[in-house]
Design a protein around this ligand. Structure first.
Ligand code: SDX
Length: 453
């Protein structure tokens, strides 16, 4: 990051001015460094949702939302999708360079030999109801890993950080597949070291102790590609959550658990599950107009899931790749004429011609098509966001390592604009009139809210 020039900020109320440095990176908009603004001018900045706020510097991923560009360590996602593998991309995101043949073999070997989980963790799964959402299990189990790996939680030790990163990348598929097995009541399947990352996951998900299981190469390749596309994405909500948790010095397993929790929301990684549910709700092409009308109606909470993006105001490059892959995978694995895929294609076609979506630059994002491929691979809908979490763990740990490695790393602690009650004195109980406390008042008054629910 280099200093480009300064920006003069003048307070028209006092005439006071300050020069703020403008910092420039390799690509993309420069940023005004406001870190001295409060000290020199007594003002905070205000940017709900961080629409115009850069939270950090990073050398990992670059997105150009206007052009629909996504680079991992400078390499275009289209080239990595076509020529790389998920573990090679993991190495690239973690270490900043593409590995040599020997480095890739060694890295793949390290990840492979960390895929098992402690046997004691199995009893943890038994504590969940069979119908627990797999994301709830993922948050709990991943967060508990620090209880098992005391030898890799000293975040100031680079070797501990690296081992924790390897363990997390390696164990996510095992933990994820086990959460599915728990929900269907069949035995957990151990990883097999001779299988690929994606192949191992498919086998742990779908094989049974009672019969042999052969990994389908089409499914393996499709899954490896989907993992590449989901590996990292700059400072999205879940990555920012991981960075903020990590800034307090929390152990890496707790930080990744916080990222999983943030990813779960339907506005973020939960959208892939929501897209399939939306397509099922729409049902047929003839219903598209009425659902588009709902999506445009401000009084209707319905949104077109899988559409829109905070950064991409052009087609999400990942969606383009996945859309093309959909055609191939459905033709080979699923039903090439899957009515849901046909519906998705028509919905996209109609929405992209609709002024509301065109004016707001709402395009399909990575989640719009990914669920259709997961469905063709036989992955249950409630596992879709878990798939996202498996892949994004690489980005989360890479961003966490970058943040911890910052020379002036400090705890993240945003401020606010306070617009609550002015200071006031305590009122004795007998002098108080009934407080207007919104929707819960009725609940309190009628005794609906109890402490034990
Ligand atoms: C991911 O950040 C990342 O990089 C995320 C991600 C990653 O890899 O980490 O790319 C993964 O999370 C992809 C996004 C998945 N989410 C969805 O598909 C859910 C549906 N999309 C939206 O909820 C929404 O588009 C967001 C949350 C993705 C982005 O919301 P923003 O940037 O806060 O935009 P906004 O809500 O201010 O919307 C701007 C306008 C509004 O209309 P107006 O008030 O201007 O009239 O567009 C409208 C919104 O109502 N709008 C939509 C819409 N998305 C935005 N209207 C209908 N359907 C939608 N999907």
């Amino acid at each position: 990051m280099t200093n480009k020039h300064t920006l003069t900020v003048t307070d028209n109320a006092t005439g006071k001015s300050v020069e703020l440095p403008v910092r420039e990176g390799t690509h993309g908009p420069a940023a005004v460094d406001i870190s001295t603004l409060y000290r020199d001018m007594g003002y905070f900045t205000y940017d709900p949702g961080f629409v115009s706020t850069g939270s950090c510097r990073s050398a990992i991923t670059y997105i150009d939302g206007e052009q629909g560009v996504l680079l991992y360590r400078g390499y275009p996602i289209e080239q990595l999708a076509e020529r790389s593998s998920f573990l090679e991309v993991a190495f690239l995101l973690l270490y900043g360079e593409l590995p040599t043949h020997e480095q890739l073999n060694r890295f793949s070997g390290v990840i492979t030999h960390h895929t098992m989980i402690n046997e004691s963790l199995k009893s943890f799964y038994r504590g969940f109801y069979h119908d627990a959402h797999p994301m709830a299990i993922m948050v709990g189990v991943v967060g508990s890993l620090s209880a098992f790996y005391h030898d890799s939680t000293d975040i100031r030790n680079p070797r501990h950080r690296e081992v924790a990163a390897h363990r997390l990348i390696a164990k996510m598929p095992t933990i994820a597949a086990a959460s599915h097995k728990h929900s269907v009541g069949t035995p957990f399947i151990y990883p097999k070291n001779e299988l690929s990352y994606a192949g191992n996951f498919l086998r742990m998900m779908f094989s049974l102790p009672t019969e042999d299981y052969a990994v389908d190469p089409v499914a393996e390749k499709a899954l490896d590609l989907i993992f590449i596309l989901h590996a990292d994405h700059e400072q999205n909500a879940s990555t920012s959550t991981v960075r903020l948790a990590g800034s307090s010095g929390a152990n890496p397993f707790a930080c990744i658990a916080s990222g999983i929790a943030a990813l779960w929301g339907p506005a973020h990684g939960g959208a892939n599950e929501a897209v399939l549910r939306m397509l099922a709700q729409i049902g047929e092409v003839k219903n598209i107009p009425s659902y588009l009308a709902k999506a445009k109606d401000k009084n209707d909470g319905f949104r077109l899931m899988g559409f829109g993006h905070r950064v991409y105001k052009n087609y999400d490059p990942r969606a383009k790749i996945i859309r093309e892959m959909c055609h191939q995978v459905l033709a080979k694995l699923g039903d090439a004429n899957d009515p849901m895929f046909e519906l998705a294609l028509r919905l996209e076609e109609v929405a992209l011609k609709d002024d509301y979506f065109v004016e707001r630059k709402l395009y399909p994002n990575v989640d719009f098509y990914s669920g259709l491929i997961y469905k063709a691979l036989g992955i249950p809908t409630n596992m879709f966001t878990v798939m996202f979490a498996i892949a994004r763990t690489v980005g989360w740990v890479a961003q966490w390592m970058e943040m911890i490695g910052e020379p002036n790393q400090k705890i993240g602690r945003p401020r606010q604009v306070y617009d609550g009650s002015p200071q006031r004195d305590y009122q004795p109980l007998e002098e108080r009139r009934s407080a207007i406390i919104g929707a819960t008042e009725g609940s309190f008054a009628n005794g609906e809210l109890r402490g034990t629910d």
